[in-house]
Design a protein around this ligand. Structure first.
Ligand code: BES
Ligand code: ZN
Length: 460
């Protein structure tokens, strides 16, 4: 079965790429209401595609947010393993548009890379598993396991709709393992399995000063400027050593053990590469931790957006009426995202000067994730990766967030395998996002091997 699937995948390389192009052309930006029709188009496209590759069931299901695409093939029978495959078909906004070398929704191959918004995050990676399943169904007539797909349309906006969906549909989603490809590996030669993801608490702070913009000559000097008030508060959320100053913020943070720090230090990560990827003159972060620890295993607080006053061409002399900031905190085990929202709110309210009025809102939250590396599904994934890449995976943590993973762990009680095929320089959420094409094809082969390895767990 495995060889027939691998042979089919090999014979369909061009067709697979053409189909992925079609999928990438749909600008399914989840965070912008104007793209709602594109979100729906992407969902329908996926459900049609699922039917075309031979899944026995494929449907677009409504949620309180964007629709979920569900598909299944359960003909392996009740005794066989059931793999739930997750991915997200929504993408981040493509801005700033002028920095793209080719338009974000017109996929283009340059060298070995496919450039498009969503190429790696996550359309290209979720497509890997659709193609692996197709390879079995078309190449061998069947799969070695049962397969369920759950593809969502609002991961990039916090997965609110899917959270409720998973709670309500626990029976339908029952699985013996969950497979997610929405993360990077250190290099094209070095596959990885993730054992931790950070959680997230996303806040928005709006400060109201005067009830309309004021002439800064007539009133300047006697009115508290909301931009200044907000910046003053934001500037105090971290100290000069990079510690977050919110009281209680670190109370539940699990300290990094010496053994884990040594393992992280052995990973192929260099500061030179970090500087090259980011373009910053020097790293800066929490004192006492390495850069890799800072970006994967320690919590952080970042200003994601900041607006106030006149920002158009030329000048305008005003005291703005409002100022607003989007601030998010990446969390590590065992921080509780709701508790962090409360601590942030109390602290910001305390620091805010009384001459302005502040509104502090929680946009979305996600729990941090820790994974047992020794689960049989993890070992099956390690064998699959080694078969394709010729090297065993490294076990790494990532600083990004996939909100539904913690919910899967809690609600479905099945082990999650985080087997990503992106690369560190894929420009996620940035201009010129790309996917390394050899990883697309190797990913399909690795998925085929993984499904075979999972099938062999039961049949011996
Ligand atoms: N694919 C990323 C998550 C990721 C990034 C994992 C880097 C590992 C390394 C995902 O699509 C993403 O960006 N998620 C958002 C979630 C948030 C909006 C709740 C994130 O992490 O910002
Ligand atoms: Zn993603």
């Amino acid at each position: 079965m495995r060889n027939a699937a691998l042979a089919y995948a090999e014979s369909q390389r061009d067709a697979f790429l053409t189909q992925l192009f079609d999928f990438l052309r749909i600008p399914s930006v989840s965070t912008q209401p104007a793209h709602r029709p594109d979100i729906e188009r992407a969902a329908r496209w996926l459900a049609d595609h699922m039917r075309a590759i031979g899944l026995t069931r494929a449907e677009v299901l409504p949620t309180t947010g964007h629709p979920v695409v569900y598909g299944e093939w359960l003909e392996a029978g009740p005794q066989a393993e059931t793999i739930l495959i997750y991915g997200h078909y929504d993408v981040q906004p493509p801005d700033p548009l002028d920095q793209w070398l080719s338009p974000p929704f017109e996929p283009q191959v340059r060298d070995d890379n496919l450039y498009a918004r969503g190429a790696a995050d996550d359309k290209g990676q979720l497509f890997i598993h659709l193609k692996a399943v197709e390879s079995y169904l078309k190449g061998a007539g069947r799969l070695p396991v049962n397969v369920k797909f759950i593809l969502e349309g609002e991961e990039e906006s916090g997965s609110g709709g899917l959270e409720a969906f998973v709670r309500a549909e626990r029976d339908r989603l029952q699985a013996t393992a969950i497979l997610v490809s929405d993360s990077p590996m250190p290099s094209p030669q070095q596959p990885a399995l993730l054992y931790a993801l950070r959680g997230l608490t996303y806040m928005e702070v709006t400060v109201q000063g005067p009830d309309h913009d004021l002439h800064s000559g007539s009133y300047g000097g006697a009115v508290r400027n909301p931009a200044e008030a907000l910046c003053g508060v934001l500037a105090r959320l971290k100290d000069e050593e990079g510690h977050i100053t919110i009281p209680g913020f670190y109370d539940r943070v699990r300290p990094l053990e010496a053994e884990e720090r040594e393992a992280l230090a052995r990973l192929p990560f260099t500061e030179a590469r970090f500087l090259q990827e980011t373009g910053v003159p020097a790293p800066w972060g929490e004192a006492g931790y390495t850069v890799l620890e800072q970006i994967t295993a320690r919590p952080t607080l970042e200003i994601n957006g900041l607006v106030s006053g006149y920002t158009g061409p030329g000048s305008k002399t005003i005291i703005p009426a409002t100022a607003a900031a989007k601030v998010s905190m990446r969390l590590v085990p065992d921080q509780d995202p709701e508790e962090i929202a409360r601590l942030f709110t109390e602290h910001v309210a305390r620091l805010m000067p009384p001459q302005v009025r502040a509104t502090i809102e929680t946009r979305h939250t996600a729990w941090p994730v820790l994974i047992d590396r020794h689960a049989p599904a993890m070992e099956a994934a390690a064998r699959a990766l080694e078969a394709v890449f010729g090297a065993p995976p490294v076990y790494t943590r990532e600083g990004g967030t996939i909100p539904i993973v913690a919910t899967f762990q809690r609600q479905l009680g099945a082990p999650v395998v985080l087997m990503g095929f992106g690369l560190p320089d894929d420009n996620l959420h940035a201009p010129n996002e790309k996917f390394h094409l050899p990883n697309f094809y190797r990913g399909i082969a690795a998925s085929i091997h993984f499904l075979a390895e999972m099938g062999a767990l039961r049949t011996g």
